[in-house]
Design a protein around this ligand. Sequence first.
Ligand code: MD3
Ligand code: FE
Length: 210
Amino acid sequence: TSPAPGAVHVPGWLTVGEQRELVDCCRAWATGPVPLRHTRLPRGGVMSVRTVCLGWHWQPYRYTRTAEDVNGSQVAPMPGWLAGLGRRALVDAYEDTTAGEGYVPDTALINFYDDQARMGMHQDKDERSAAPVVSLSIGDSCVFRFGNTENRGQPYTDVELASGDLFVFGGSSRFAYHGVPRVRPGTGDPRTGLRAGRLNLTLRMTGLTD
Ligand code: MD3
Ligand code: FE
């Protein structure tokens, strides 16, 4: 189902087995060279989600290879198999066997939401590429607020994102405001191995080179 041009929601795209494998990987990445952390914002705020990055380290509002804002370490690499999952996501979402061609996501941002975590309305503008963003959700459901490209307010559409859901943001939706106003505690599937909270992986092409 498509709430806007280029935006496609595919409920239940990941199998429970794939979700469990991703949860295991995320646990390892969360304790990797740059551990899961609450991102500090330049004006003194702290994000309520906890994030770990692969390939490039995102800090507001730029991508770096080393995490000066955490511990100065080099981020873990973006695995080739995860980029491949992103290509398969585009093929399935756009129902076009060629949709993944040239899609080589070089970063993954992994956000962990506890019951209280939220993400305010924002645009993702730090990439130098208009390639689609692939979003994978695991664990508790959330309300995902999908807005417009003009401002953080209305008009917007609220969509429920559940465990296993794929969302692809391409075309004009790539630069739409979006956020997560609430998580729904206790709605996850224990078979994924995630006992509480919500995990979201976004795969992106940064358009950056070293
Ligand atoms: C629409 N993450 O990491 S995923 C983010 O669930 C982010 O953790 C949310 O927003 C989360 O920046 C939402 C869906 C998403 C991700 C990136 C987008 C939607 C997007 C980029 C452009 C447009
Ligand atoms: Fe975002």
